[in-house]
Design a protein around this ligand. Structure first.
Ligand SMILES: [Fe+2]
Length: 174
């Protein structure tokens, strides 16, 4: 079961004070009245240069499943740092009502995308490995799974616009 935690307001203040890149990203996201769209969001994340070492001290991973560290959440967007230890993965899922883009901060992020068969079961249609500095973007109807198939930690910075309220989880077709 995924671990979910929200960093304290004090921790967020420290992150924003120590890393102007994160602070500026939040200010930029706050400047939109509507969702910026995946292309614009992806390009903004591509130029982000996060201080991963100081960020890592303020967020957590979990032994049994991947761990979501929510940094910031408003009505318009949500900023979440997700950590996967080696071998951890998400369920196969979609994102009802939200765009999702994420920057790989550390490690190798494998994204597998799926389609559904007539029984509503998921079958893989593509797989790609994203490395540190690359951005992966998922549109609302996309069905995918993110996994850490590498040897080290995988840390991704996710932006959801608007915040993720619900998602569907799918079983794999045999
Ligand atoms: Fe996702």
């Amino acid at each position: 079961m995924v671990e979910s935690r929200t960093v304290s307001s004090e921790t967020l203040m420290n992150i924003r004070a120590n890393d102007s890149e994160i602070h500026d990203l939040i200010m930029w996201l706050e400047s939109f009245d509507e969702r910026p769209g995946l292309d614009v969001l992806g390009k903004r994340l591509e130029i982000l240069d996060v201080d991963i070492e100081s960020l890592r001290e303020l967020i957590q991973s979990a032994p049994d499943d991947y761990c979501r560290n929510t940094l910031f959440r408003s009505d318009q967007f949500e900023l979440v740092v997700i950590i996967w230890r080696p071998g951890q993965d998400t369920p196969i899922h979609d994102h009802i009502g939200s765009d999702c883009a994420f920057l790989i901060l550390e490690g190798e992020s494998t994204e597998t995308t799926y389609d559904l068969n007539s029984e509503g079961l998921a079958f893989p249609i593509s797989s790609r490995v994203y490395r540190s500095g690359e951005v992966c973007a998922a549109e609302e109807p996309d069905i995918h799974r993110v996994s850490n198939d590498g040897d080290g930690e995988l840390i991704n910075l996710h932006v959801y616009t608007p915040p993720l309220h619900a998602f569907n989880v799918y079983d794999l077709a045999s």
